[in-house]
Design a protein around this ligand. Structure first.
Ligand code: TZP
Ligand code: MG
Length: 281
C-alpha cells in the first residue's frame, strides 16, 4: 500500500490473550475476511526475538488479501518483516526518528489521547492517528478514557486518517460513529469474539451505513475544485466513464495502481489527477 493512497475503515489489532486455543493467523484471517482492511501486530509478551516469526506470518497473510500490515512498537521489526509501517505510542521513539529509519514509503501511525497530541502528531508527519481510548479498556490497563469528546474534536479538525480506539464494541459503535468517527479499531471485540469474521463484517456494515448518509466529499479533480458522492477512487473513475479507458490515476501526486482504485477511499481535500492517454502506436 502506497502511503499517498493509504486509508482504511476497520483496523483489527492482535490480542492473543483474547483467543486462547485459537491460532493467531486463523483469527486474523477471519477478521480480514469479515472486512478488516488493516491489521496490526501488537504483542507486549513475546520478546522481540520471537516476534519476527509472527510478523512474517502476518505479512504473508495480509499480502495474500491485499491488506495493510502494521507492527506496533518496533520500527526495526517492521523493516525486517516488510510490514507497511509501524504504530508508535506517545512514549515510543519520535515520529521523525522512525521516519529516518523507515523512509518515505512506510506508514507511521501514533496513538494520541488528547486533541493537543493529535495536532502535534499531524505536525510531526504521522500518516494516521489513533484517537482514544474512547472508553476504558482492559486491553490498555491504566490508560484513562479520553472519551467521545475527543472523537468529536478529532472529527472537527483532523484531516489525516484517524481511527477511534478503545473499548469499542458492536454495542457502542454507533455512538462513536455519531461522534464523527468513520474508522473504527478494535482488539477484544474482534479477536475475542467467538466469530471474528462476523464481528468484523458487522463493524464494516455499521461504518458503511454511516458513510452512505454522509454528504459529498470536496476534492480537487484535475486542478479544479469539485465535490463527489463517490466514496472510492474506483467509483469516481467509473462515474466519469473512464473505468475501461487507458488512464493513469494519481492521488496527492502519487500514482495509484488500477488494482488499488476500488480500495482507495476519497477524502476531503484530496488532489486527484486522471490522465487519459489517447491514441498510441
Ligand atoms: N490503544 C488505545 S486503547 C487500546 C490501544 C491499543 C486498546 C483497545 O483494545 P480494545 O480491546 O478494543 O478495547
Ligand atoms: Mg508502543
Amino acid at each position: 500500500m502506497k502511503r499517498a493512497a493509504f486509508d482504511f475503515r476497520l483496523y483489527a489489532i492482535t490480542g492473543e490473550n483474547y483467543h486462547p486455543g485459537r491460532d493467531l493467523i486463523d483469527v486474523m484471517e477471519a477478521a480480514i475476511r469479515g472486512g478488516a482492511d488493516i491489521v496490526q501486530l501488537r504483542d507486549k509478551e513475546t520478546p522481540p526475538s520471537g516476534l519476527l516469526a509472527k510478523a512474517r506470518a502476518l505479512r504473508e497473510l495480509t499480502r495474500r488479501y491485499g491488506v495493510t500490515f502494521i507492527v506496533n512498537d518496533y520500527p526495526e521489526l517492521a523493516l525486517a518483516a516488510e510490514a507497511d509501517g509501524v504504530h508508535l505510542g506517545q512514549e515510543d521513539m519520535p515520529i521523525a526518528a522512525a521516519r529516518r529509519m523507515l523512509g518515505e514509503g512506510k506508514i507511521i501511525g501514533i496513538s494520541t489521547h488528547s486533541i493537543e497530541q493529535a495536532r502535534a502528531a499531524v505536525r510531526a508527519g504521522a500518516d494516521y492517528i489513533g484517537v482514544g481510548p474512547v472508553h476504558p479498556t482492559p486491553t490498555k490497563p491504566g490508560r484513562p478514557a479520553a472519551g467521545l469528546e475527543f472523537v468529536r474534536q478529532a472529527a472537527a479538525e483532523i484531516a489525516i486518517p484517524w481511527v477511534a480506539i478503545g473499548g469499542i464494541t458492536l454495542d457502542n459503535a454507533d455512538e462513536v460513529l455519531d461522534a464523527g468517527a468513520r474508522r473504527l479499531c478494535a482488539v477484544s471485540a474482534i479477536v475475542g469474539s467467538p466469530d471474528p469474521e462476523a464481528a468484523s463484517r458487522a463493524f464494516r456494515e455499521r461504518i458503511a451505513a454511516r458513510e452512505a448518509n454522509d454528504g459529498p466529499i470536496p476534492l480537487r479533480l484535475n486542478g479544479r475544485d469539485t465535490e463527489t458522492t463517490a466514496r472510492t477512487l474506483g467509483e469516481l473513475i467509473e462515474r466519469h466513464g473512464l473505468a475501461d479507458r487507458r488512464i493513469v490515476a494519481e492521488v496527492d501526486g502519487e500514482i495509484v495502481a488500477r488494482s488499488e482504485w476500488g480500495r482507495t477511499p476519497l477524502r476531503a481535500g484530496m488532489a486527484v489527477e486522471l490522465v487519459h492517454f489517447k491514441g498510441g502506436g
